[in-house]
Write a protein that binds this ligand. Structure first.
Ligand code: URA
Length: 257
């Protein structure tokens, strides 16, 4: 039987952003921390670090935040950026303020640009992050694009060929799969994550993307009941779904097995 990892209560709560070790100590002494219905008196008590901890531990009567490692699924709204370094409101501002003090910190798994909405994963799990964004993993990402002009009919073959070169790059894109929805709407599935890739691919065939939305990563679909700006903790089934159908039909790349 594998041993359940344990952590000191004061260290756990400090790492979750509930305050300094001193502040957390004061909270415990005031009777604000309850595990399995029992008020904890000792900030040095050991607590189990398990996924279901929020169902067992309350802080001032409210379920504790999920312990690391955890991943969020967010419906990124338009107009927010994915990086702390970019100017403007960031996706992190849509999360509880105390999460900015979490250790380990949170990062987005890949990025969506400011004018792109849709499925975004945010995690403190470095291994997961690398497994999803690694070019070798071939995790497919599907984007719904609205275009300025009707497609010519040649785009699907051009994107699938595996030899399309984007401006100022020196390696061709891996094959991508285009599903035409209407003359000016398409779903494009790509296995890479180059800078503004979808917009630049349509620009390369003489078109212009006017709206862009990501609805799928691997086999993980953006839930229909997650409105723009909303997020939730990704459950185990969701985490596994990322790695199913890792390459979209037609998006497999024989040159990058
Ligand atoms: N391609 C883009 O052009 N923008 C994104 O945000 C993601 C992929």
């Amino acid at each position: 039987m594998s041993k359940v990892p344990m952590a000191r209560l004061d260290r756990l709560l400090a790492n979750l952003g509930y305050g300094s070790r001193r502040e957390v100590n004061a909270l415990v002494r005031a009777g604000g921390v309850v595990l399995d219905g029992v008020t904890l008196k000792d900030a040095g008590a050991k607590v189990p670090i398990v996924r279901e901890l929020p169902t067992r531990l309350t802080i001032s009567g409210v379920a504790v935040d999920p312990p690391a490692p955890f991943t969020l699924i967010m419906h990124k709204p338009l107009g927010v950026v994915c990086s702390h370094r970019e100017a403007g409101r960031s996706v992190y501002e849509l999360l509880p303020t105390r999460w900015r003090a979490r250790m380990p910190g949170l990062s987005t798994i890949g990025r969506l640009d400011k004018d792109t909405s849709g499925l975004l994963l945010i995690t403190d799990d470095g291994d997961l992050l690398h497994r999803v964004i690694s070019p070798r993993a071939h995790v497919a990402k599907r984007y719904l694009a609205t275009l300025d002009r009707p497609m010519t009919g040649e785009e699907g073959a051009i994107f699938a060929a595996g030899d399309l070169m984007l401006d100022s790059e020196d390696t061709p894109l891996a094959p991508a799969e285009l599903e035409v929805i209407s003359p000016t709407e398409a779903a494009l599935t790509i296995i890479e994550g180059r800078y503004h890739q979808v917009r630049r691919m349509f620009a390369a065939v003489g078109n212009h993307v006017t709206a862009l939305h990501r609805d799928r990563i691997g086999g993980l679909q953006l839930p229909a009941d997650l409105a723009a700006g909303e997020w939730r903790v990704l459950d185990e089934a969701g985490g596994a779904a990322i790695f199913t159908q890792a390459s979209g039909r037609g998006a497999t790349d024989p040159a990058h097995p």
